[in-house]
Design a protein around this ligand. Structure first.
Ligand code: GUN
Length: 271
């Protein structure tokens, strides 16, 4: 990716630019935002992190987004979620110009993804895109397999289910209110877990040979970082499994770099 980006200044006059906005001091978000900036440096993407105080008003944040939407030198805008409770996440997502929406969360990008055959220029949310990338890299066959997604969020669960469907998996979306969850997960050849509960999926819930992707970023009873999957009991049964940390997270950032390049190229190649 860095080699590709290195050719852009000669070809297009400049490198891509990503602006990340962080509102408040949430420690996990601070880490994520720092990692995104580091990745930009490695790839050669110009980047700015705008740190706004936790008492920033919704109006101020929307005005900042509006300014960035109009700024020709900015190709990608990412507002780190969650935003403080007094700010509407929906309004923030809708305010970002769809052409600069590197997260792929804008309703028009969501709608594009949910077409029967999504257009290849559609911006796909980074985490589920990364999950599919990991399955492909591990050589996991997706077509015709039973895939179970635990979690129905806009950021991960819903788009992950659509991406698996697009690859011809038979997809079930489970969640906190699913009554026969273990029965469902035991059918899964591919299990993507994004429920936000530490070590929620245990070995007895997993089919022998399943591919397990853990999107969780939780703390265990000792305060140590862990995923939604109980790695110790699931790993012996899984054919492949992602660790936490060091699994989905880095791949998500990689996909964010790709999405930023995609937004940049869409713009400069149209000009
Ligand atoms: N917070 C947790 N994951 C994400 C993500 O993929 N994008 C944004 N903007 N915020 C997040």
């Amino acid at each position: 990716m860095a080699e590709q980006v290195a050719t852009f200044p000669a070809k297009y006059g400049r490198a891509p630019q990503l602006t990340v906005i962080l509102v408040g001091e949430d420690p996990a978000s601070q880490t994520y935002v720092r990692n995104k900036a580091k990745a930009c440096e490695v790839v050669g993407i110009d980047n700015t992190t705008l740190r706004m105080s936790a008492d920033t008003t919704e109006e101020e944040l929307l005005a900042t987004i509006d300014r960035l939407n109009k700024d020709e030198s900015v190709d990608g805008i990412l507002v780190q979620l969650p935003v403080p409770k007094h700010i509407s996440e929906v309004k923030v997502i809708e305010a970002i110009a769809k052409e600069k929406d590197v997260d792929g969360f804008h309703p028009l990008n969501t709608a594009a993804l949910w077409q029967k055959k999504p257009n290849s220029s559609c911006v796909v949310p980074c985490t589920p895109k990364g999950c599919i990338r990991l399955l492909d890299a591990a050589g996991v066959e997706i077509a015709g397999k039973n895939a179970v997604v635990i979690g129905r969020s806009q950021i991960v669960g819903l788009p992950a289910a659509k991406l698996l469907l697009d690859r011809n998996a038979t997809v079930s979306i489970c969640h906190s209110r699913t009554s026969n969850l273990a029965e469902m997960t035991r059918q899964a050849d591919i299990l993507i877990v994004a429920i936000g509960k530490a070590k929620f999926v245990t070995g007895d819930m997993v089919k022998e040979g399943a591919a397990v992707i853990d999107v969780g970023m939780d703390r265990d009873e000792n305060g140590a970082l862990c995923g939604d999957v109980d790695f110790a009991s699931v790993e012996p049964k899984a054919s492949v499994i992602t660790p936490v940390p060091g699994g989905v997270g880095p791949m998500t950032i990689c996909c964010l770099m790709e999405n930023t390049i995609q937004c940049f190229l869409n713009k400069v190649q149209k000009a």
